[in-house]
Design a protein around this ligand. Sequence first.
Ligand SMILES: C[S@@+](CC[C@H](N)C(=O)[O-])C[C@H]1O[C@@H](n2cnc3c(N)ncnc32)[C@H](O)[C@@H]1O
Length: 355
Amino acid sequence: MLSYMSAKEAAQKWNISQRRVAILCSEERIKGAMMVGNMWIIPSTAEKPIDKRTIRYEKDKVIELKPFVKWVGGKGQLLDQLEKFIPVDGQKVLTKYAEPFVGGGALLFSVLSKYDFEELYISDTNAELINAYNVVKYNVEDLVDMLTTMQLAFLPMDENGRKYYYYTARDRFNSLQITDETAVEKAALFIFLNKTCFNGLYRVNKKGQFNVPMGAYKNPTICDENNLRNVSDALQNVEIVCGDYTLSKDFIDKDTFVYLDPPYRPISSTAGFTAYNVDCFDDNEQIRLAKFIDEINLCGAKIMLSNSDPQNIDPNDTFFEDLYKSYTITKVEAIRAINSKGDSRGKIKELLICN
Ligand SMILES: C[S@@+](CC[C@H](N)C(=O)[O-])C[C@H]1O[C@@H](n2cnc3c(N)ncnc32)[C@H](O)[C@@H]1O
């Protein structure tokens, strides 16, 4: 006679959570599992299913998701290199993903396209950016309506008309505080400015006002509605936090893959970084981050940190080698799109620091 085990027993046997067993049963991934009353029973001989989280989805099931804003330091062109470090094929099944410096989220959206993490966490200190993530998550149709209106108004205009429209939108953006009533408009203006400003930069003055001039794009896509809707669906499972990366500590545990992409370390005091610059991540900040990384390393999380290699400029600068002595550092090649000087583009090395 066939004998059965409870979901709790299966969870213990396979070393996964009871909740995960129930999900696998309801997805019919465990042969012979049955619902009796409100509990699952599982044949004692059932094998632990190969969890789809440990393998890539079939290509034809992938819905390609792209960042909905351009972002300085965006990792779009490093994706292939970064993805090699995501430990999805190994023995250890990671169920959670955290990206505490999310920015445009190049890796986040690639991960959301391809892998089935159960819980995800993103954060950033940029309140405008996080407002846009929340509006895409909770209010995408209103956002698409506003962006479509802006796109239809802006694209047919001549140079002078566009300038007037852009600087009026910038003034309006700077005059609005984020509240429940203004959140959608603020997010729409934020995305509009991002798509039409110079190089997709986000820069503010001492008063915190966005001050990037208009860019010179012929036909910018202001409203990519398919991508916005797909991103909105994918974000339903993601906790979105505005604040310092250390707030992610409570989320991170031994089942979490954490990708950290902090702002670049200013190479020298002449690099143009100033105290009000939100992207100032000086040596003290790097040391504070290294301490945090030691803490999450102790909880057993799998960590990947990226940073520009200071040896691109000074071959004797061993700042990161000294800071991350007990971690594995790999150098990969990147093309820096925008840097602090804005004039030197080309191949540079990027550091990937992993535990
Ligand atoms: C290099 S960018 C991340 C780029 C991102 N990987 C992408 O693909 O677009 C760094 C981000 O960290 C954010 N940031 C700066 N200080 C932070 C802090 N203390 N905690 C969390 N985020 C912070 C910045 O606002 C910026 O969006």
